[in-house]
Design a protein around this ligand. Structure first.
Ligand SMILES: Cc1cc2nc3c(=O)[nH]c(=O)nc-3n(C[C@H](O)[C@H](O)[C@H](O)COP(=O)(O)OP(=O)(O)OC[C@H]3O[C@@H](n4cnc5c(N)ncnc54)[C@H](O)[C@@H]3O)c2cc1C
Length: 312
């Protein structure tokens, strides 16, 4: 039997949970559907240093449950389930694997993104046998060993720093000529004697039989080499989680959802927030801001209030 809500939020990351508790506080009956656990991508992060209000930092596995608590206190129902499809209409319908259909007058899509794979030989075969996307989950398996981190952005540097708690050496492999991460992270990485950075290298294969034994590198200036490492941690960009949308909402060429400044998609009553939308700043605080904006937008849409003073 389908259940009815004013607002259905897809995804229980920082954007979705913030949207949820804002909508709940407006008195809207609200559901958040999350397939894994509250918190989204930072669920396994040991230290978030740039979320306002936590000068000493906070772990992702603490922030996620706090946001869920705040949403539930605002009357939001949390459902642990995967959304398989949506269908725009009046009401909109959200199909899930276990709970069946959820009907809602407004939708907020906050399904975030997933770390991209390298797409090279050996990566899939050795996943979980040395190939990983999560330093805090798998780092302890590499006690005293040498590991590679592939990438040059915030996530790569963050995770490299976590890995130094376990590995004897962390090699950051950068395709270009410089790092792209925040200055504060770059400074910490440069000051950490357990981290070395290699520029101008591309991983072309992950090597090993039962477990990772190395990576093959090609150099920008020609030539290649085999680098012996026991772990490979991959942070080479993000892929928006839009598979379940299947054309229900228009996407841009990169697969993100274009929105107005009020988080409206091209479909009336459907909003998008966080990493999944075009031009997101891809940070926790901006995702929270998007979620709040989307909920305010949904409230105005549902109450038929004119957008006077709010339009772009
Ligand atoms: C390793 C790492 C470290 C980071 N560190 C920081 C940091 O220190 N500071 C910072 O500001 N940012 C950091 N970021 C970036 C930050 O995590 C993202 O900007 C933020 O998580 C985006 O929030 P979101 O809610 O839009 O999406 P997400 O966090 O991706 O949450 C989306 C949620 O939707 C769920 N979902 C997806 N599809 C479905 C479906 N079909 N059905 C049901 N649920 C679904 C997912 O399970 C997920 O929980 C980090 C990212 C990574 C990968």
């Amino acid at each position: 039997l389908a259940r009815d809500f004013d607002v259905a939020v897809i995804g229980g990351g920082v954007a979705g949970l913030t949207a949820g508790f804002f909508a709940g506080r407006y008195g809207l009956s609200t559901v958040v559907v999350e397939q894994m656990g509250s918190g989204g991508q930072i669920l396994n992060s040991e230290r978030i240093e740039n979320f306002p209000g936590f000068p000493g930092g906070i772990a992702g596995y603490e922030l996620g449950p706090l946001l869920q608590e705040q949403a539930e206190a605002a009357g939001v129902e949390m459902i642990l389930d995967r959304v398989s499809a949506i269908s725009a209409g009046s009401p909109h319908v959200v199909s899930t694997d276990l709970e069946g259909d959820i009907r809602a007058r407004a939708l907020i899509i906050a399904a975030g993104s997933t770390l991209r794979d390298l797409g090279v030989d050996g990566e899939e075969r050795l996943r979980g046998k040395g190939v990983s996307h999560c330093a805090s989950c798998d780092g302890a398996l590499f006690q005293g060993q040498v590991v590679a981190v592939v990438g040059a952005g915030d996530s790569a540097l963050d995770e490299a720093l976590v890995l130094t708690q376990y590995a004897s050496k962390v090699l950051i492999l950068v395709r270009g000529t410089r790092l792209r991460a925040q200055h504060a992270l770059q400074t910490r990485v440069h000051n950490n004697p357990a981290i070395d950075i290699r520029y101008g290298v591309t991983v072309t294969a992950v090597l090993g039989d039962e477990a990772v034994q190395g990576v093959r590198l090609s150099h920008t200036d020609g030539g290649s080499e085999v680098l012996p490492v026991q772990g490979v941690f991959v942070y080479v960009g993000l892929k928006p989680n839009t598979e379940f949308l299947e054309g229900a909402v228009p996407l841009d060429a990169g697969g993100h959802i274009p929105t107005s400044l009020w988080m409206e998609t091209a479909v009336p009553g459907i909003f998008a927030a966080g990493d999944i939308r075009r031009a997101s700043a891809r940070q926790l605080v901006s995702s929270a801001g998007d979620g709040a904006t989307a909920a305010i937008g949904a409230h105005r849409y549902l109450s038929g209030q004119p957008w006077h003073g709010l339009s772009e």
